[in-house]
Design a binder for this molecule. Sequence first.
Ligand code: SF4
Length: 350
Amino acid sequence: MRWTRDEITSLLEQGGRDLLAEADAARRKHCGDAVHLRGIVEFSNACSRNCAYCGLRRENAALPRYTMPADEILRVVAEGEREGVRTIVLQSGESDAYHDQWLAEVITAIKHRFDVAVTLCVGVRPPDSYRAWRQAGADRYLLKHETANTTLYRNLHPDSRLQQRLAGLNRLRLFGYQIGTGNIIGLPGQTFRDLASDILLTRRLDVDMAAFGPLVPCSGTPLANTPTVKIEMALRVVAVARLVLGAIHIPATTAFDAVAPDGRERALRSGANVMMANLTPPRYRELYQIYPSHRASNTAVRAKAVLACLGRPLAIDCGHSLRPVQEAEVYRKEHDLLGELQVPEEDCHA
Ligand code: SF4
């Protein structure tokens, strides 16, 4: 079905009694009941950007910065694998606190020693970095567009441009990554139409995974006093995204638990098929303040307890892209021939 912006906007605005149940049925049809557990390792909190909503922003000078040593990262990955995690998400701010080659060696070591997929979530980087990390064995790259409203994007990100991120996603696809994007729900001034644009842009980008997460206001940032979005609204976005986007991975992000105690469970009943667990050692967690939350509860053990309550099995495979492999290959070949894919302007708006 080809959804229009008006149809999506109206569904986001009005919801409907059966919306969440319909999204849950669509999730079952496209993804099955098994839930993929992704383990996040927040290996560096250094960041040179100044995003208005994020506790890691460079103006937060009071925050001690760290980069985990490689051997500690590998120990954490080993523990995660023992807990049933089949994808490791290596996450950091955008900075040159570590070298490309160092991260490439960490990726190679993980792929060599463990039977896991590796997702990178380290922001916009030069093409050579993407290439080096892909060659080292990274499978996926998450680069959220945050908001498709270009004015809102500019106001919240004084030192980066939306088109840069979209161009980054296209490059990543060409390098052979499975790619992911996503948005923030509840930004000040964000409208239902903006959220519809986020979903449409995600569809146009043809991604393998998409994370739609609620804004959790963080103290010490310009958005500290923004009212927290209601869980019902955030669930509605996940549900509509599932209906529109079909067979892609959609996580119940840890931010859902920051807006409601059972937030991730509810997201998994509203269209999500992936659960995030935080593997970061406790001594670093307090320093990775993208937002405040009960981070101690986001462990792999807790995630598995949630799945047991839901009666959903833990997936035993790595949870790669749901699109057929041949399709990804054809895509790459076509775009290698055509050069870099242009992201249509009409999917963003001011
Ligand atoms: S959102 Fe990412 S790029 Fe922006 S300040 Fe936070 S860590 Fe840095």
